[in-house]
Design a protein around this ligand. Sequence first.
Ligand code: SAH
Length: 386
Amino acid sequence: MTTESEVEGTADEPCDEATRPQQPGELVFTPRRRAKPPVHLADLTLAQRREQVIALGLPGYRAEQVSKHYFARLSSDPSTWTDVPAAARQVMAQALTPTLLTQTRRISCDADTTVKYLWRLFDGAMVESVLMRYPKRTTMCISSQAGCGMNCPFCATGQAGLTRNLSTAEIVAQVVAGAAELADGVIPGGPGRVGNVVFMGMGEPLANYRATLAAVRRIISPAPEGLGISARGVTVSTVGLAPRMRELAGEGIPLTLALSLHAPDDELRDELVPVNNRWPVAEVLDAAWEYADRTHRRVSIEYALIRQVNDQPWRADLLASLLQGHLVHVNLIPLNPTPGSKWTASDPGVEAEFVRRLRSGGVAVTVRDTRGREIDGACGQLAAAE
Ligand code: SAH
């Protein structure tokens, strides 16, 4: 039987206050331990699932069978596991496929090809994910944390703070849920497959490093170990936790790293992405170049254009000069204003000039489409409204 501490990639420890030696007359302080999400087969490697199944008194190959149902057939409903004896189904479902996500809202737009899901987790925490179907590919945008502790002032999730890290299986289950709807033909365009996964929902994935990395492994491993989505289709987006970016570079996984830069100068970035106070522009870019050098993957620089905040021509020029000559691509995002915010998207002419200056500086750039605006597509807006 796999004990919890051996489970690969369960949520990092919650930040419990350290126990202090008791002073005479002082109240005893007991650190509050949060209950953990139930262990699910997606938390475990295939070898660990086998151990688990054997501990239940069942033959080890049942682990492969259930894994296939979950990752290849996208079914956690034991009544469809017809190759498993009826008596074993409930036992295995209880131990390996407990319900992790309960859908509380499902909103669609773009002729139902963009779908936003709001999920309630076992402890009442809420997370969002978004499915976006394009003519040639489907992308799942998923959350790595309930809430976020990075406090970026333009982001809806940042305003509410961090509730907790998600477990590996809670992250993977978001992809599985979208993949199941797509395979079942629920999304217009006929049955399809998820080809891209972006960690651009709620949370800072590199602040939940272990669970995120294990989730990536599950997403890219072929069935029955995992979902078998190409690593090249997976993007992890970060505010720029430089040491974790370097660590990720060493994992040997050819996924895309996106760096949310949003400003080329420390003075402004300190405000827009407060973690810049700890790892400033020069240092995060250095970590990004290390990532590109070691993985040969083009780093994506995310830049939300905010009217009269970070969209000046001189900032475009400064950004171009910082990025020139590197394996990099800029993704400009028209700001999706959050309720009550003083900020809004740049004027189209200003945006076009920003693009032009980056291009003439020799930097590849695209402007991200604005899918899902009508359904509060900007990360965190749905959960905030709830
Ligand atoms: N914490 C990670 C991933 C989640 S946010 C990160 O910051 O990269 C995914 C992307 O959406 C980030 O680039 C983030 O800066 C951007 N974003 C957040 N709020 C936004 C908004 N209101 N409008 C446009 N982009 C936004």
